[in-house]
Design a protein around this ligand. Structure first.
Ligand code: SF4
Ligand code: SF4
Length: 205
């Protein structure tokens, strides 16, 4: 269950990389997000380098179809996701926003409103939240954050050599950007929401 659920497994966890925080402004949010994403990408490259047949790929969308709840994300993640929504047609965007509104408070399994169910692909892939990037490759408090397919490989010992990412370290670093909130809350935020006054001219996008 992406981001919010998983099963027990044993494994190695990558050590967190030192990450100093000295400010709290929008530029800092963006650089923090970029840094954390780079860290995730490096880890994924390492894993895929030694396991070129890794299961996560375009069209494999079981995890996006079975979320425990709507994504819960920080402001920086939301601002980027919002920019992704703004790249879509007005009609599609409105459909997604309506879905998000109707799924507020819903519990598992929730199909992500941003999933293109026919293609099995994320409609806002470059703008997706961090949990979507780390899922499949990370562990949290000794628990694997991945789907049953990967879990079966773990159970069979095929992934014994994998050095998993440390989701607790990612979450700790993300917390400097403020408390995460549900997507359903962000879309209605008076300042940053879809109808708010914050101009979406993000240099990181
Ligand atoms: S976590 Fe599982 S379902 Fe999700 S992309 Fe990876 S292999 Fe596919
Ligand atoms: S935002 Fe994209 S990658 Fe993340 S759960 Fe939704 S469809 Fe999947």
């Amino acid at each position: 269950m992406k981001g919010f659920g998983s099963k027990d497994l044993q494994g190695k966890i990558a050590q967190p990389i030192a990450f100093n925080v000295t400010g709290w402004n929008r530029d800092h949010f963006v650089s923090s997000l970029d840094e954390i994403e780079s860290r995730i990408e490096r880890l994924i490259e390492n894993i895929r380098g030694s396991h070129p047949d890794w299961l996560c790929r375009r069209g494999c969308d079981s995890c996006c179809r079975r979320l425990a709840e709507l994504p819960i994300i920080t402001r920086a993640e939301w601002l980027r996701l919002k920019a992704g929504l703004l790249t879509l047609s007005a009609e599609l965007r409105q459909r997604i926003l309506t879905d998000i509104g109707s799924l507020a408070g819903a519990t598992m399994p929730v199909m992500c409103p941003m999933l293109d169910a026919d293609e099995g692909a994320c409609r806002i892939y470059p703008y997706r939240p961090l949990a979507c990037r780390s899922y499949g490759y990370y562990m949290q408090k000794g628990i694997g954050l991945h789907c049953q397919q990967i879990e079966q490989k773990v159970a069979s010992g095929l992934l014994d050599q994998v050095v998993w990412g440390n989701q607790d370290a990612l979450d700790r670093d993300l917390r400097v950007e403020g408390e995460p909130r549900s997507l359903a809350v962000w879309i209605d935020d008076p300042l940053d929401g879809m109808h708010g006054g914050y101009a979406i001219a993000d240099k990181s996008i």
